[in-house]
Design a protein. Structure first.
Lengths: 405, 412
């Protein structure tokens, strides 16, 4: 029946020449529309980028759109503060109303714009660092704030897998600085070498991202599709979308519920019983420090091999060239867990933090370490509003100091 | 899905460009044949690597030479080898783990160390095509003489990964016609392109349904009854749209090259009985099973009991073809039993229709009997769809989960 129906339609439209012209014309129109969208802005303002867009739900954030949102919301006379890093910096566990980056903006006052571009499992390199490069020359000053969790530094400039497309989007649309473009060609051999160490599927994913963004640089389909997805219809089903699945992303609610501040405070203390299996499992996960210590030192000193490897990674990271404008926040594990660790493990954590912080500072980065209480965490590593506000205070002080210097 | 990767789109665009360009040369037929062969090998190598290529080349060479020599014993031997390779690559681990559950002594044999963990891409498809080729040659059909044509038959990239399973008697003339006549501005290109677009649209909807199903099935029982039926339908449509999208794209890409490929689906969810369903669903596989298993086992010329047994057996094999796991076996057996039941029921109804009191009743109550006919149409369709869609539960989920989901559809 389908084939008959199909044949009937085709038989009535027996004009291959007109059809081919129609295909070319239609495709061309889509490309022009995509280019226009990339040029105009269609993203709305946001408190944190992961809120309305939910990049982990198949949304390829567009570098041109984020830059547009920032340009339209922040005058170039202001100091731009971009927040990168993981879900901790994104503020998972903090309702929008009490989000730490909002408090940071309040603390910094007029003359500063804050944009939270941190995403789940993000790292120092990612949306924020790429945006820093795109907008670096336009603003009076740009600061990048990220967390110093394990694994944040040893990424190539395109960052973690979920954020790589953003870098290549900017790369193939010539939005990056010449300095960064040159760095990418200089370090090509290094990136290729690192790529060989990846699993086959990760390598395939990486090639897929690069190829798709190369094509997008020519045809602009991503902007066309995300425009539809954002404004009219989301093809991605998720429980987070609200009442009707497939609703446009612009009306998706933020994933942290809005609650009254008093209620929020009563919810903040992490109350998992210390004798529970989950607690013990998490604790044991954070008690294994063998990767950082030399056996020969009897567990007394942080391994020089680990530190020299880290130093090499910092050296290789493009961001080290602008390290004086980067603030790394050490969050660590919740004191609720830390207090239950064995003494030698506690000492280990302190040693590692000190060694890492010294190393980063020696390369010109700024490191902040707010003093957190158990009540500041929503789980072993994510801060709640109280913790977020402490972080905001510390980071704001450091930015103001650096800016005044 | 390979057809929706950026790599494939670039590959296909480049290939078609060269293919149409080759049409301007005097030796276009030879050139296009070579182009298809090289593209097919490059395509398969990209997705499987050296090991996959080695297997298809080895089995292909054996099949080609056995067909050329046309010796029955040799052909039988090669059919055995080809079938054995499918069993080895796809089912060794499954057979050993199942036997180890029955005979715990066998669990000491480390089958996972020497048996292949992943079967080479498309092995189920090309093995069935090779068997078809050998059986038909043995039955007296003229074998393919040109090695290049055989290479293209064995590795034709649009149909290699997910069918339709080709028949060489139909494919080779169509291929020859295609390479001789394909043009960029032609009805073939237009029809093929539209067919690819239809496939992409189906795949898009199917992916949406896949996410919907993945998000809702774990909490199936918590939904209202109407939503459970919606999820039930979504499961059925996601597999139909996904699989038929593959076929549409394969048929469409081939047609853009001027090559007509056999249809694989014909509105299967309009079937009014299970037999009709299998005439409309994955037609290239069901016709393969009919021609090379069912009929070879005696078809309907055997005793009713043996006929029933044969039907169940071929559908168990059909289930296993889809994957090496017990749920596929069960799904196949489920359809086999359904077909046996339908067979007996159909015979009973035909007998009943021939009875004089039924004929008298129909003659005297014409309006009422056409009303009954319409009711019969609707009821048959509903029963068939519930049967087929419930089968998808067995296909995708463990037995206990399938049963509890099915019960939940009726508030049980």
């Amino acid at each position: 029946m389908f084939n008959n129906l199909f044949s009937v339609i085709i038989e009535h439209f027996r004009s291959p020449r007109i059809f081919l012209l129609g295909v070319i014309f239609g495709f061309g129109l889509c490309v022009i529309f995509g280019m226009k969208l990339a040029h105009d802005g269609y993203y709305g303002a946001f408190e944190r980028v992961q809120g309305p867009y939910q990049i982990d739900n198949h949304f390829l954030l567009s570098a041109s759109q984020i830059s547009k949102v920032i340009r339209s919301g922040c005058d170039t006379e202001n100091v731009l503060v971009l927040i990168g890093g993981s879900s901790i910096m994104n503020g998972v566990g903090q309702p929008i109303r009490y989000l730490w980056s909002k408090k940071l903006k309040e603390n910094l006052g007029d003359g500063y714009c804050v944009y939270n571009l941190a995403g789940p499992a993000g790292a120092l390199n990612g949306f924020a660092s790429t945006t820093m490069d795109i907008l670096g020359a336009e603003y009076k000053e740009v600061f990048l704030v990220s967390d110093m969790s394990e694994g944040v530094v040893h990424y190539p400039p395109d960052g973690v897998m979920s954020q790589k497309h953003y870098f290549w989007d900017a790369y193939y649309k010539n939005m990056l600085s010449t300095d960064l473009m040159n760095y990418v060609s200089e370090k090509k051999a290094l990136f290729q070498g690192n790529r060989k160490k990846l699993s086959e599927s990760a390598r395939n994913d990486l090639e897929k991202i690069e190829l798709s963004m190369l094509l997008d640089g020519l045809f602009y389909y991503n902007d066309l599709w995300t425009y539809i997805d954002y404004n009219y219809f989301t093809s991605y089903y998720t429980q987070n979308a609200g009442a009707w699945q497939w609703t446009p992303r612009k009306i998706w609610p933020d994933y942290d519920f809005e609650v009254d501040f008093e209620v929020l405070k009563s919810l903040t203390h992490y109350t998992q019983p210390v004798d529970s299996e989950a607690f013990k499992a998490t604790l044991s996960k954070y008690s294994n420090l063998s990767a950082y210590y030399d056996d020969s030192s009897g567990g007394e000193e942080v391994s020089s091999r680990y530190l020299s490897k880290l130093a090499r990674q910092i050296e290789d990271n493009y961001l080290t060239r602008v390290s004086s404008n980067i603030i790394l926040a050490y969050i660590g594990v919740s004191p609720y867990y830390f207090d239950h660790m064995a003494e030698d493990v506690q000492k280990g954590y302190e040693d590692i933090y000190k060694s890492k912080a010294e190393l980063f500072e020696s390369y010109g980065y700024s490191v902040v370490r707010p003093r957190f209480e158990a009540e500041d965490f929503i789980d072993p590593f994510h801060l709640n509003t109280l913790g977020g506000w402490k972080l905001a205070d510390e980071v704001a002080d450091r930015i103001l100091t650096l800016d005044n210097d | 899905m390979i057809f929706t990767t950026f790599w494939f789109l670039v590959f296909m665009f480049g290939f078609l460009g060269l293919y149409y360009l080759a049409g301007y040369f005097a030796v276009k037929i030879r050139l296009r044949m070579l182009l298809i062969a090289v593209a097919s090998v490059a395509f398969y190598h990209h997705f499987t690597g050296d090991a996959g290529i080695l297997l298809i080349v080895t089995l292909g060479c054996l099949t080609y030479f056995a067909g050329r020599i046309k010796n029955s014993i040799l052909i039988n031997l090669v059919i055995f080898c080809v079938a054995l390779s499918l069993v080895f690559y796809k089912y060794t681990l499954f057979i050993f783990s199942s036997l180890a559950e029955l005979f715990p002594a066998l669990s000491s044999i480390p089958a996972s160390e020497w048996s292949p963990v992943v079967a080479p891409l498309a092995i189920s498809f090309f093995v069935f095509e090779f068997i078809h080729y050998l059986v038909d040659v043995k039955d007296g059909n003229k074998p393919i003489s040109s090695p290049l044509e055989f290479l293209i038959f064995a590795s034709f990239f649009p149909t290699l990964v997910a069918g339709p399973i080709k028949r060489f008697e139909h494919f080779i003339p169509s291929l020859k016609h295609g390479v001789a006549n394909a043009k960029l501005i032609s009805l073939d290109t237009q029809v093929g392109f539209l067919r690819v677009i239809v496939g992409f649209c189906k795949k898009f909807v199917s992916d949406m349904l896949t996410l919907y199903v993945a998000g809702t099935v774990p909490i199936f029982a918590s939904y209202a009854l109407i939503d459970r039926w919606l999820i039930f339908a979504a499961i059925a449509f996601k597999i139909y749209l996904d699989f038929s999208a593959y076929s549409d794209m394969a048929i469409g890409f081939s047609r853009m090259m001027g090559v007509k490929i056999q249809e694989n689906f014909n509105w299967p969810y309009l079937a009014r009985n299970i037999k009709e369903f299998w005439r409309r669903w994955h037609i290239s596989l069901s016709s393969w099973i009919r021609d090379y298993l069912y009929i070879k086992m005696g078809g309907n010329r055997v005793s009713p009991l043996r006929h029933g047994f044969n039907l169940i057996l071929v559908f168990v094999i059909c289930g296993l073809w889809h994957g090496a796991a017990w749920n596929y076996v069960l799904w196949g057996a489920y359809h086999g039993v359904g077909l046996v039941f339908h067979q007996y029921f159909e015979t009973f109804i035909l007998n009943l229709k021939g009875k004089s009191f039924v004929l008298d009743f129909k003659q005297r109550n014409r309006k009422f009997s056409s009303f009954l006919g319409a009711i019969n149409w609707g009821v048959s369709w509903v029963i068939t769809m519930v049967f087929v869609w419930a089968g998808w539960l067995l296909f995708f989920y463990p037995v206990d989960q399938s049963i509890s989901m099915f019960k939940a559809l009726f508030h049980v």
